[in-house]
Design a protein around this ligand. Sequence first.
Ligand SMILES: Cc1cc2nc3c(=O)[nH]c(=O)nc-3n(C[C@H](O)[C@H](O)[C@H](O)COP(=O)(O)OP(=O)(O)OC[C@H]3O[C@@H](n4cnc5c(N)ncnc54)[C@H](O)[C@@H]3O)c2cc1C
Ligand code: SF4
Ligand code: SF4
Ligand code: SF4
Length: 345
Amino acid sequence: MAKEKLGFEHLKANVIDIGKCCSCGGCEAACPIGAIELQDLHPTLVKDCTKCEFCWKACPRMIDDYGPIYEHVFGEDARRDPFLGVYRQAYALRNADESVRKRSQDGGVVTGILIHLLEEGKIEGAIISGVNCDEPWKPMPQVATSRKEILAASKSRYTRSPNLVALREALKERKLKQVAVVGTPCHIQGIQLMRLAPLKKIDRTVVFTIGLFCSETFKFEELMQQKIVDELGIPLENLRKLDIKGKLLVYPRGAKESLKIPLKEAQAWVDPGCHPCRDFASDFADISVGGAGTPGKWSTVLARSEQGQIIIENLIKAGQFLHEEIDSESLERLRRIAAPKINPK
Ligand SMILES: Cc1cc2nc3c(=O)[nH]c(=O)nc-3n(C[C@H](O)[C@H](O)[C@H](O)COP(=O)(O)OP(=O)(O)OC[C@H]3O[C@@H](n4cnc5c(N)ncnc54)[C@H](O)[C@@H]3O)c2cc1C
Ligand code: SF4
Ligand code: SF4
Ligand code: SF4
């Protein structure tokens, strides 16, 4: 007897209703009939479900074991670092263009690669987390198709951004054929699970992935509104930058020094959808980028795919990225930062 097909209800019961959803947007992107919409970050059924099964197959919260994704992406023989995943080369990099670097979060590597891919004609657009003009610092999934849009989206917003939602717009409305995706590990897992599902059009269209390191995201209301606006008295339009370097650092515009929030206090605002997550270094991206492991103004970069390594090497050769050796001590420090997420107590 044929096995009964499972639809949206399966995702709802196993992820959404039990507080495991991290609002990556993968289910909305995967649904071929547009039956799912993230409403206020909450996946909601807006049409009759045909039980095609793609939404729950694309959901990073439906899997506890990353083994099948490792095998699919790197092959079964790949040697895997338990904390940093599979990678060909580690780099400390910094964008040589100071005007780009200064408006970026760390080394301006993500923005630099996206602009390079766009200007070389390797992508028509990038799925990123843009900025919302009406609500400052509220992350907004976006399809960026110009240098200006990519630059405007630089810097990290440490609250949920359902980046994958923008894939629907890129494929269905704008009919783009080659896009890059930027995201936290859950976004990149979503892309690989869509490939495995298999969602062939998404597989063909997403030609490059840039994963960010990620320990957690925070709830917007608690961090941005209650703490930064109400308690610290900083209107969000006057906030220049947020950073995490042992503490949560808040940089108001015009101030030289940051205000510091202990990470212990911030733990109370961590999004519950992040609790089951065991991927720190975006293990399944073409390249992964983070601030940990290198000094400020530099990025730690792990090239995982051959294509990722070629792009980085070309940007170094062309003088667009400054390059320094990353020593084994720095990588060891990075592993220690990743460890509590991979193996929680
Ligand atoms: C939620 C979050 C948590 C992070 N946690 C860590 C960590 O624990 N340790 C660490 O070393 N690094 C962490 N990072 C990565 C770090 O903050 C930088 O993004 C990374 O070093 C790249 O720097 P860059 O200068 O190259 O990026 P930039 O050139 O400034 O580009 C940043 C890119 O990030 C995207 N982005 C911004 N906010 C979000 C978001 N909320 N979700 C998805 N994409 C977003 C933008 O689209 C932009 O393209 C985190 C990033 C995010 C977004
Ligand atoms: S992806 Fe398929 S199973 Fe999920 S809601 Fe859409 S139609 Fe239903
Ligand atoms: S984690 Fe992502 S794919 Fe899963 S239900 Fe939430 S938004 Fe959908
Ligand atoms: S901790 Fe995991 S689930 Fe949360 S934003 Fe980061 S990658 Fe996504």
